[in-house]
Design a protein around this ligand. Sequence first.
Ligand code: ITT
Ligand code: MG
Length: 171
Amino acid sequence: MQIAVGTLNKAKLEAVRKAMLVEQSAVIFPVDVPSGVSSQPFSDEETMLGAVNRSKKAAEFGEADAGIGLEGGIYEDSSGFYLTNWGALTDKTGKVFTAGGARILLPYEIGLHVKKGVELGIVMDSLFSAENIREKEGAVGIFTNGMVSRSEMFVHIVKLLMGQYYFHYNR
Ligand SMILES: O=P(O)(O)OP(=O)(O)OP(=O)(O)OC[C@H]1O[C@@H](n2cnc3c(O)ncnc32)[C@H](O)[C@@H]1O
Ligand SMILES: [Mg+2]
């Protein structure tokens, strides 16, 4: 099975590789595709749409049997700002599977910076004097004290996607 993943982000790619260990013959390749939404999605719906768009674009590449899109975003409700995560898988027939991932409440100040227009990845790096947190443990990793990394969080989403795909095709 050939799977195109719509990102060059290391944390996301590692997640697909880990989740696909069950599919021994899987060939996973990264493709640089547009998400079709803002670089910093600011609602659950926009985040999911980004994942769906990425998966559709990825599925068009080469001999891909499926395209996977993973997207992180933020939304605000009456209790504050939440980090949210979505994934989508589009297969050869154009059928789209979606799955939501973990959400955690972000420190209010961080949410405010993002609301003012700074990408979360940039806010995180400057606040924690680090480089490329988004490709490493991620905001989720930092705010869970390393208990759940960004990659691990996306592993769960990819399993939810592949599981639905297997169920649909009786595999
Ligand atoms: O290269 P791509 O695949 O776009 O990977 P990305 O790290 O930019 O990830 P997303 O586009 O899915 O995430 C949207 C924005 O939210 C930020 N973001 C989301 N989750 C994050 C996390 O756990 N840690 C740090 N930044 C995060 C990220 O920096 C982006 O600006
Ligand atoms: Mg991005």
